[in-house]
Design a protein around this ligand. Structure first.
Ligand code: IFM
Length: 468
């Protein structure tokens, strides 16, 4: 491991302090990055880093873990752009102590990780595998011993494959199986965990996975996707009381990926398309969870594909949350023909527009449109860039700029009255980026996949100095 305890320099060679704003101009993003300090944030604000199980753990066949839908999906030719899988990933399952030391060296307050259902209940439903839970107990206690709060996500997309054989999330029983699994995790880890998020980004595990076919299980069926989305949210509703029963002092909530969907022009057809996109991407999840109803306009649009809602479902789904986790990466700019990239837009290595203002706009909109909104944590925000190692350094000034401009955007929303309590950078380290395999690097920490060496990128050193 290199650079893990370096504190002497927080900035890269193209660093903020060297590019300070002129006396007359507004501060540049670099200057704002350099001047950002912990004191700028509300008292008690949490700084963290985040990962997920399948993206980092590896050890796909150890200690009783059964295959997940991602193991199955990765084995299908052409599904993962570099032909890889998460079978080894960052080998975190074996290197967890070193990785917790790395997190502690960063000086963050909190670490968000996910639990792999196929480790805990390999058959999907039924017997609990103690060895699987042992691993997450080691992580939890290891974090606490290092003074770092554990934040657990229960479902970050690695459904036991055996449940997919029975329909996966299109099968209502999966929601009940999820609640049983949530109970098993909460019963073991209990109040030691600061927060439990039931689901990460249900849009991805339903629409992207069952309708667009880009993620596991890779089907292309809109009715199946909307059924999956409903059962995911039902699973959230069923799991919440289990978490509260077993971990009454922990916070319980859900994580959504959200982003403004703005019209490409003033033309009525573009405005209508943007409204439609907002309904499908944001309100389809926000409204059931925070209002107890599906958005009527979008419901009308989906026609025969509407999900199989049963009496009482929406009451369960809309039970109060202690927090809402928001993952923000970009906005959509929508025309009648689909999404467009504005002229002159800067993009990340994912091709996603870099638009920090979208975070402010999103947070303010949530605050306005959803009375009684629970406190918000930004549970993911970050960027992929084609980072390269240069000796023992990785210079990634664009990531530092990305993170700092988004933190400033968060502060703008906070000063406007939105109750934002924390920020988790995605990701602690480079990892398996789903259908893109290892081609996209989101980490603050560079991973050399040949040697499993970890190297703090310049952005990590900047974050370390910020949270100090
Ligand atoms: O890597 C993913 C993560 O698993 C979920 N949110 C978005 C990230 C970047 O694509």
């Amino acid at each position: 491991m290199t650079n893990t305890i370096t504190t002497d320099t927080a900035v890269s060679d193209t660093a903020p302090s060297e590019t300070a704003a002129s006396e007359t101009a507004a501060p540049t993003p670099q200057a704002r990055a350099a001047s950002l300090t912990r004191q700028d944030f509300p008292a008690g604000f949490l700084f963290g880093v985040a990962t997920s199980s399948y993206q980092i753990e590896g050890a796909a066949q150890e200690d009783g873990r059964s295959p997940s839908i991602w193991d199955v999906f990765c084995a299908k030719p052409g599904r993962i752009s570099d032909g890889s899988s998460g079978a080894v990933a960052c080998d975190h399952y074996h290197r967890w102590e070193q990785d917790l030391d790395l997190i502690a060296a960063l000086g963050v307050d909190a670490y968000r990780f996910s639990v792999a259902w196929p480790r805990v209940i390999p058959t999907g439903r039924g017997a609990v595998n103690a060895a699987g839970l042992d691993f997450y107990e080691r992580l939890t206690d290891g974090l606490l011993a290092r003074g770092v709060q554990p934040h657990v996500t229960l479902y970050h997309w690695d459904l036991p494959a055996v449940l997919q054989d029975q329909g996966g999330w299109t099968n209502r029983d999966t929601a009940h199986a999820f609640a049983e699994y949530a109970a098993a995790v909460a019963a073991r880890l209990g109040n030691r965990v600061a927060s439990y998020a039931t689901l990460n980004e249900p849009w991805c595990s339903s629409i992207l996975s069952y309708e667009l076919g880009e993620h596991a299980p890779g089907t292309r069926d809109r009715a199946a996707a909307l059924s999956a989305a409903h059962h995911l949210m039902l699973g959230h509703g069923l799991a919440l009381p289990e978490i509260r029963r077993h971990a009454p002092q922990s916070q319980a909530g859900i994580v959504l990926n959200l982003g403004p969907q703005e019209s490409a022009s003033d033309r009525p057809e573009d405005i209508s398309a943007a409204r439609h996109a907002d309904g499908r991407f944001n309100r389809w999840f926000l409204d059931p969870i925070l209002r107890g109803e599906y958005p009527a306009d979008t419901w009308a649009e989906v026609g025969p594909d509407t999900p199989p809602v049963q009496p009482g479902d929406l009451e369960l789904i809309s039970a109060p949350n202690d927090f809402l986790g928001v993952n923000y990466y970009t906005r959509g700019v929508i025309g009648a023909q689909g999404g467009v990239l504005p002229d002159g837009a800067s993009v990340t290595d994912m091709g996603w527009e870099i638009h920090p203002q979208g975070l402010t706009d999103l947070l303010r909109r949530l605050n306005t449109d959803y009375p009684g909104l629970p406190p918000i944590y930004i549970t993911e925000n970050g960027a992929a860039f084609p980072d390269e190692r240069s000796g023992d350094r990785v210079h990634d000034p664009r990531r530092t700029e990305f993170l700092s401009t988004h933190l400033n955007a968060l502060l703008d929303a906070s000063r406007a009255g939105v109750d934002v309590r924390g920020y988790f950078a995605w990701s602690l380290m480079d990892n398996f980026e789903w259908a893109f395999g290892y081609e996209k690097r989101f980490g603050l920490v560079y991973v050399d996949y040949d040697t499993q060496e970890r190297i703090l990128k310049d952005s990590a050193l900047w974050y370390q100095a910020l949270v100090k």
